[in-house]
Design a protein around this ligand. Structure first.
Ligand code: SF4
Length: 234
């Protein structure tokens, strides 16, 4: 947060202290809500690092309904990194047509698979630093592969989660470096036990409750730990 030799930013220290103070209540609220409300999708049922990787690329900029239509078909045709690394771009594009951006998506999947095949012997890496070296894998997909695919606690910060955290800690967040700070907050909040349920719960809370427009604060489990809960957002 502050480079070596620099004084720690008092605002950041204050934020981190506040996150520590609310952490347990935040975690419990998300887990309780997730147990009762988690949505069901094919990519959430059987999770392997490869299935998570494919799901995250297919789900970008499309609806879960469209993604559901091709997900299993895709996995039957290309069941692992090796087969995907040998995929013919035209055939891949035809399958991906249903979710849009098919040329770009096909290119991304082939690039990723070839890189993993060449540099990691076809095994998707199980650590953040190696995952981030794979083309097109950023912190969100890396976090998803670690948490959902490998069962390693890791934060998954997409735009939904970013919105929840920026609202919950609104009074404490600095104006600059927001994305990086929110990532730090997310990493502090993710529990070591129950991180899969917690991560999926946060994603669904962002989609269903803490929506971009008209967040439903009145029915939000995070209301008691949120700076903006009930302040004109109900
Ligand atoms: S209380 Fe409202 S603003 Fe806060 S996290 Fe919940 S829905 Fe979002």
């Amino acid at each position: 947060m502050s480079g070596s030799g620099r004084k720690p930013d008092p605002k950041i220290l204050c934020l981190l202290e506040e996150v520590r103070r609310r952490r347990k209540r935040f975690q419990e609220a998300v887990l309780r809500w997730a147990r009762a409300n988690l949505r069901s999708f094919p990519w959430r049922e059987e999770r392997t690092p490869y299935r998570v990787l494919v799901a995250e690329v297919i789900l970008r900029r499309t609806t879960s309904t469209a993604a559901s239509r091709i997900y299993e078909k895709f996995l039957e045709r290309w069941p692992d990194i090796h087969s995907l690394s040998k995929a013919e771009a035209g055939e891949l594009e035809r399958v991906l047509e249903a979710v849009g951006y098919h040329k770009r998506r096909a290119r991304i999947l082939i690039d990723m698979a070839r890189h993993i095949e060449r540099d990691y012997g076809g095994v998707i890496p199980a650590d953040m630093a190696s995952l981030l070296r794979v083309p097109h894998i950023g912190p969100y997909i890396a976090g998803a592969i670690l948490s959902l695919g490998y069962g390693v606690p890791a934060a998954m910060v997409d735009s939904n989660v970013q919105r929840i955290l920026s609202r919950c800690f609104h009074k404490y967040l600095p104006g600059k470096g927001l994305a990086k700070t929110i990532r730090t907050v997310a990493e502090m909040l993710v529990p070591s036990k129950g991180h899969v349920l917690f991560n999926l719960g946060l994603l669904d809370l962002g989609a269903l409750v803490c929506r971009y427009n008209k967040p439903r604060c009145d029915e939000c489990p995070l209301r008691s730990v949120c700076d903006l809960g009930g302040m004109g957002h109900g």
